[in-house]
Design a protein around this ligand. Sequence first.
Ligand code: GDP
Length: 627
Amino acid sequence: MSAGPNHPDRAFPLERTRNIGIAAHIDAGKTTLTERILFYTGMIHRIGEVHDGAATTDWMEQERDRGITITSAAVTCEWKQLEEGGVHKTYTGDTQRINIIDTPGHVDFTAEVERSLRVLDGAVVVFCGVAGVQPQSETVWRQATKYQVPRIVFVNKMDRVGADFDAVVEDVREKLGANAHPILVPIGAEEDLKGQIDVISGKAILYSDDDLLGSTYDVAELSEDQKLIADAARDSLIEALVDADEEIGLKFLDEEEITNADIKEALRRATVSNKIVPVVGGSAFKNKGVQYLLDAVVDYLPSPLEVVPAQGTQIDDESALVEAPADDNGKFCALAFKLWSDKYVGKLVFIRVYSGTVSKGDQVFNSRTGRKERIGRLIQIQSNDHKDIETCYAGDIAAIVGPKNVRTGDTLHADKFDIMLEPPAFPDPVISMAVEPKTTADSERLADALSRLAEEDPTFVVSTDEETGQTIIAGMGELHLEIIQSRLEAEYSVKTNAGKPQIAYRETITSGASGEYKLVKQTGGKGQYGHVILKAAPSARGKGFTFNNRIVGGEIPKEFFKAVETGIRESLNNGVIMGYPVVDVHVDLIGGSSHDVDSNEQAFKIAAILAMRDAFQDGGSILLEPV
Ligand code: GDP
């Protein structure tokens, strides 16, 4: 009987689910906006201002201290759309589920932005009404374009002195090349910000200042001046839609009447297909315009059914593509996109379920390890509350409590579903520094804490300097490492001293080169003999290390192949110029020789390391700046 993608037990059909991110340049007001959304959707009952450090999504102490958002917490809320043209406080229609995946705003954490963009279906991009498009918003915008995330722009801070809505819309068009069209134009600006003109319905939404936190407002007729603005915006919106959308284009050509419903439907199609970006103006802080922004999220951003299904490959065959379409009746497949250690609940893994369902008590598989994971407990985060749930359905977001061997980017899947979603690509660290515990008693705790943090955050790398024995931490920027240090202290009570941050250079070679080394030690008794001939060549940046064993004639016996490869890999840890890791090199093993008695694994490993050193010296090694 089961028709359609929805299981009868789910509270919110897929059509009424939105997974959105709120992306913004630091300080544009993302935290304030998120908090207002949680307030209007009834998830929190008071508004703690960001500058008091009480914002709800900012879980980490450091974020509070710095007033920025670093983690991608996922918060679930429910929204009933406003009655069209109605009076305040009346809601209509069915309840919608909106999951907000908090995308970090700081450039040091672009990897986190990329990861969260992969799991959301649409985004609200916040700009400051005064500052407009700032350089870092361009980065986030380009990433969203790369992942084809449909967007709505929210021009925030329209209450600030110097706020200019039209200028920001122009900025978004010019700097970001977006086909941006206002749908909710602010009424007034700065101190006189009163509300919004709803371009499509042709009504004014007026917030009365004495109202408690903007939860009530009136919908009124437009004044003459407002009508001029509304008509111009509506005409230009229709013109853009006629260009972007065939259906409304045909109506226009046939000179049929274009209704508000036609405009809304066409705008939905055009937004979902990334042809148009609707723009909403308002002020989160002054409680103006957030409710209608939420309506726009429901009206124009896609449900999980309307986006391209998640695509992965078979676990052992990268060329065999497998899809995970949003359907409760499909086989279970989810992406673990965020690890989190919660003070009260313990280790959490946030998952986005793409297809099928998962319930408490289920066994699922991890495609990276091939091992079983039992789902002991499932929760949804509602602001800073946890709500236990029995089942998480397709297209939804939840957190698993306490899984042991799950990392960020892992695919969890049903037993009979051979799928591995492409793990997100993470950039190499750009900066590193040595750390040591302030007291030797903390050494063990430090090692343990660092390995946990590295597990949570794939852009954070821990290693040991072989020569000095120092612990080296590496990450995406100085701020990133500073935050790691303060988390060590706050969450793991380990105080550390740190060395000077160093740029994490890499080395590579500029031309092909051969390398050879013959290790011969015959000093009575059993000697050492290993002989390796190889060729090294530069590969494209980002390609990493690749290796081909071309020995066919038995010059090196099979049992030493592994040792040779280990030696080659080890040689990449330290380049010949400054000892930085060597990247983007292809190595062919082409020859060598062996001795019946004196050859052993150790001798071949050393010969391989020294043959590589020989090739690096020959191949014109250079330093690479971090990208
Ligand atoms: P985030 O860094 O993007 O999360 O930005 P926040 O939400 O922390 O806001 C940064 C600062 O701007 C805070 O001091 C907010 O109170 C303030 N702010 C946020 N929204 C508005 C707004 O609409 N108008 C004004 N005047 N200030 C705002």
